[in-house]
Design a protein around this ligand. Structure first.
Ligand code: UGY
Ligand code: MN
Length: 245
């Protein structure tokens, strides 16, 4: 157990590690019967929001703020999703939905549920507007990352230019690692879904485990190695397909 007054959490101008012991739950605008923790937001220098939302049975949201798109990824529970036009879906653990901006939806918990929420102001481009997408994580093919069968990447959303965000799942066998220290213009928000490892962020190396949240600003040097006896898996966001200017 941690000594009082200490935590593994760390917040810097280029990255943050936010461990569950430091989470503070609050009411969220636009939600009823739910409490959330906003882990990543423009208040720390990010250009998107990542939150964890715990929804009581019957709790709901009627959509994001104007101009804001969402991805919902279900950790636990069961929810009913209604899309514009009337399509209805039931979401259970590891299901996800991409909800485009300015098209109201209703998401209501059938059972007490816990979700990861990513929100971003949609940047329009000279392409068709993206439609809502609902899927199951297990159905997304896992591709060997840069040829490494031990590090598999699942891309949950289509990668064409209608979309300005990506949400992916990365699964590493114990001992597998990101093949290079990455430095890139895209930023990331990440939550560890399973397992453990060491994340390099900037010039610091952090032990991380299931439940930990990480923010990486544009150009934050990043690297990961999985440790332990079981695979490590994380869900992460990145901004894609738009001019950096
Ligand atoms: O998509 C990515 O940039 C990914 N390889 N980064 C990461 O896992 N930190
Ligand atoms: Mn990266």
């Amino acid at each position: 157990m941690d000594l009082f007054g200490t935590t593994r959490s760390r917040v810097t101008s280029q990255h943050a590690l936010i461990t569950p012991d430091t989470w503070v739950w609050q009411d969220l605008p636009g939600w009823r019967g739910a409490k959330g923790v906003v882990h990543i937001s423009p208040h720390m220098g990010a250009r998107f929001v990542q939150a964890n939302v715990a929804i009581d049975a019957g709790g709901f949201t009627g959509g994001a703020a104007e101009g804001v798109e969402r991805v919902v990824w279900v950790r636990t529970g069961k929810l009913a999703l209604k899309l514009p036009g009337g399509a209805a879906h039931t979401l259970v653990a590891e299901d996800f939905a991409y909800l485009p901006s300015d098209r109201p939806h209703e998401l209501k918990a059938i059972e007490a549920s816990n979700i990861v929420l990513f929100e971003k102001r949609y940047v329009k481009a000279a392409f068709e507007f993206p439609e809502a997408i609902v899927g199951k994580t297990a159905d997304a093919p896992g591709v060997a990352f840069m040829g490494d069968e031990q590090a598999r990447l699942q891309t949950l959303l289509p990668t064409d230019e209608r979309f300005d965000m990506a949400v992916n799942v990365f699964t590493y066998q114990p001992g597998a690692n990101l093949p290079q220290v990455e430095i890139h213009v895209m930023e990331h928000g990440l939550v560890m879904l399973d397992g453990m490892g060491v994340y390099r962020l900037g010039d610091s190396w952090y032990p991380v485990e299931e439940g930990d949240v990480i923010w990486m600003a544009s150009y934050c040097p990043q690297w990961f190695v999985a440790m332990g006896k079981a695979p490590a898996r994380y869900l992460y966001y990145k901004d894609v397909n738009r001019e950096p200017l």
